[in-house]
Write a protein that binds this ligand. Structure first.
Ligand code: FAD
Length: 475
C-alpha cells in the first residue's frame, strides 16, 4: 500500500497529524509531497523574505524526512489551479492508495483542496486533520452557530473546549524501511524535482536597508528556542512583552507561520512549564492567532479585501504617496516609528507593540488605507500570515471585529516614552539619533537635525481629523 502525505503549511516532522497518521502502518510505503506555487504566492502578496524561508524549511525538512526513509517530492505547480492535474499525475505514477493532509483555513486553499478531492475521490482515500489551529474553527461557535466576533468570548470558549477535550500531540513518526526510498527512486516524478535556488528569489532591491538574514528554521533548534522561552521568559512575559528593547517575546512567529513549529506543541509546553497565571498571557496570544483564523473562516469577506466592519466602505482614504513613501522608508520624523520600520526592513520581523504603533499612525494620522500597510507588511515579514496580519491591521484601523474603538488613537509620542523610555531601542535602529539624549528624542517635534527629518504631520490635528471622519462615516 502507498500513502502520500501532502504537505502545505506544516513543514515539520514533530506533531504533524497528517504525517504521523500516514506513517503508522508498518507495511505501507510513505512519501511526502509539496507543491511550490510562486504565482499564487505573488497573488497572496507573500514576499521574497517568506518565500526564501519556505525554501529553507523545505530543504531542512527533506533531510529530516530522509532520516525517516520518507522521500519528499517537491514539484513546481506555479499556481493552485495547476495542482489538481499535477496531483493526478503523482497519484497515478506512484499508485497512491491513501492521501493524508492537514486542513487549511483560507478560501483559495480550501477551493484548491476541494478540486483535488473531487478529481481523485474515486481513486484515492483522503484523510484530513486539523493542525493549523488549536481547535478547528467550525468547532468554536456561538449558541447561534456563528463565528465569534469578540476575542474575550472566543478565548473563553476555546479554554472551556480544551478543558473538555485536551490537545493531543503527535511525536515524529518512526523511521520507515529503507526500501521505501528505493521504491520512490524508480518513479519518473522524482526526476522532475524542483530546484531550490534561494538566491534567485531574494529581491535585489536598491535600498538603504541591509538584507535580513533568515530566522532559525532547523526543527531541533526551534524546539530548543521554545523550551528556552518557556523556561526563562514565559513567566515574565506579561510584564516584558511590550518593551521592544527587551527580548521578552518568543520570536517563534516565523516558524509558526511556515509550519516548522506546531501551535499545539507551543500550547502544551507552555502549560507544562509554568503555572496557570504565568502562562495565561502568552496562551492568550496563541488564542489570538486562532481567533483571526476563525474570523477568516466564518466571515470570508475579510479574505476578499473587505473590512469586517462595513464602516470601512464609508471612509475615503488619502492617496498621499509622499506620506506613504516616508513611512515605508523610515523617514516620518517620529523616532519610534522610524526605528520600528527599520527593524522590519533589516530583520524581517517587528515587535508586536510597534506593529500596533506604526499601523495606527499610518491609518489614523496619515489616513492611508490599512490595505496598503497590510500589503507592505506581507512583503517584508518572515512571519507573514494572512489571518493575523489582516486581523491586526483591521484592529488598528478600527474596522475589524473587536477592533480598537475609532476614538482611541495611539499617540506615538506617549507610546515611545512609555515603552522605550531610555530610547535604547530607537538608538539601536536609528544611528542618526545615537548621540542625542533621551529627553530630546522624546521631544522630537522640536528636534532639528541635519540627518533626521522633522515630523511629517501634526499628530494632534490629524488625530482629530481621523475621529471626525469616523464619526461622519458612522452617521
Ligand atoms: P509572542 O508574543 O511570543 O507570541 C507567540 C505567538 O502567538 C506568535 O508567534 C504568534 O503566532 C501568536 N500571536 C502573538 N500575538 C498575536 C496577535 N496579536 N495576533 C495573532 N497572533 C498572535 N503575526 C503573525 O504571525 N503574522 C503576521 O503577519 C502578523 N501581522 C501583524 C500585523 C499587525 C498590524 C499587528 C498589530 C500584529 C500582527 N501580528 C502578526 C501579530 C503579532 O505582532 C506577532 O505574532 C508577534 O509580534 C510575533 O512575535 P513573537 O513570535 O515573539 O510573539
Amino acid at each position: 500500500k502507498v500513502n502520500l502525505v501532502w504537505l502545505r503549511n506544516d513543514l515539520r516532522i514533530d506533531d504533524n497529524s497528517a504525517l504521523y497518521h500516514a506513517a503508522q502502518d508498518k507495511n505501507c510505503a510513505v512519501f511526502a509531497l509539496y507543491f511550490v506555487c510562486q504565482k499564487q504566492w505573488q497573488e497572496h502578496w507573500v514576499g521574497s523574505n517568506q518565500q526564501a524561508l519556505i525554501f529553507a524549511a523545505l530543504s531542512e525538512l527533506k533531510q529530516q524526512l530522509r532520516k525517516l526513509n520518507i522521500p519528499l517530492l517537491i514539484l513546481d505547480a506555479g499556481h493552485f489551479s495547476q495542482v489538481p492535474e499535477l496531483m493526478q499525475q503523482v497519484v497515478t505514477q506512484l499508485k497512491v492508495d491513501d492521501c493524508y493532509f492537514n486542513r487549511e483555513i483560507l478560501l483559495n486553499e480550501r477551493e484548491r483542496d476541494k478540486q483535488v478531492y473531487n478529481r481523485l475521490k474515486d481513486q484515492v482515500k483522503f484523510h484530513s486533520y486539523n493542525d493549523q489551529t488549536l481547535i478547528s474553527p467550525h468547532k468554536i461557535v456561538t449558541k447561534e452557530q456563528q463565528g465569534y466576533k469578540v476575542f474575550s468570548d472566543f478565548a473563553r470558549a476555546v479554554k472551556s473546549y480544551l478543558a473538555d477535550y485536551p490537545l493531543q500531540n503527535f511525536s515524529s513518526p518512526k523511521a520507515k524501511e529503507k526500501s521505501n526510498f528505493n521504491f520512490f527512486d524508480f518513479t519518473q516524478l522524482a526526476e522532475q524535482q524542483f530546484v531550490i535556488d534561494k538566491a534567485s528569489i531574494i529581491k535585489k532591491e536598491h535600498t538603504v536597508f541591509s538584507a535580513p538574514s533568515l530566522p532559525e528554521i532547523n526543527e531541533k533548534k526551534i524546539h530548543q528556542q521554545l523550551e528556552r522561552f518557556c523556561k526563562s521568559a514565559l513567566s515574565d512575559y506579561a510584564e516584558q512583552r511590550d518593551y521592544p528593547a527587551i527580548s521578552g517575546t518568543s520570536a517563534l512567529s516565523a516558524a509558526l507561520a511556515v509550519g516548522s513549529l506546531s501551535i499545539k506543541r507551543c500550547y502544551t509546553l507552555a502549560k507544562q512549564s509554568v503555572n496557570e497565571r504565568q502562562s495565561q498571557t502568552w496562551i492568550n496570544e496563541l488564542i489570538w492567532r486562532d481567533f483571526y483564523r476563525s474570523v477568516a473562516w466564518h466571515f470570508p469577506h475579510v479574505v476578499k479585501g473587505h473590512a469586517f466592519n462595513p464602516v470601512d466602505k464609508q471612509l475615503t482614504w488619502s492617496n498621499n504617496t509622499e506620506h506613504f513613501a516616508a513611512w515605508k522608508n523610515a523617514q516620518t520624523g517620529i523616532p519610534i516609528i522610524d526605528a520600528a520600520i527599520t527593524q522590519l526592513r533589516q530583520t524581517g520581523w517587528m515587535h508586536n507593540r510597534l506593529r500596533m504603533i506604526v499601523a495606527s499612525y499610518l491609518t489614523k494620522n496619515l489616513w492611508i488605507d490599512w490595505r496598503e500597510g497590510e500589503r507592505f507588511f506581507a512583503e517584508h515579514l518572515f512571519d507573514y500570515d494572512f489571518a493575523s496580519n489582516n486581523g491586526g491591521w483591521q484592529w488598528c484601523a478600527s474596522v475589524g471585529t473587536d477592533a480598537a474603538p475609532y476614538f482611541r488613537v495611539f499617540n506615538p509620542a506617549s507610546q515611545q516614552q512609555k515603552f522605550d523610555p531610555d530610547t535604547s531601542f530607537i538608538k539601536q535602529w536609528l544611528p542618526a539619533l545615537k548621540a542625542q539624549p533621551a529627553k530630546n528624542i522624546h521631544k522630537f517635534e522640536t528636534l532639528s537635525l541635519p540627518n533626521y527629518p522633522s515630523p511629517q504631520v501634526n499628530l494632534k490635528a490629524t488625530r482629530q481629523q481621523a475621529i471626525e471622519a469616523f464619526k461622519q462615516a458612522k452617521g
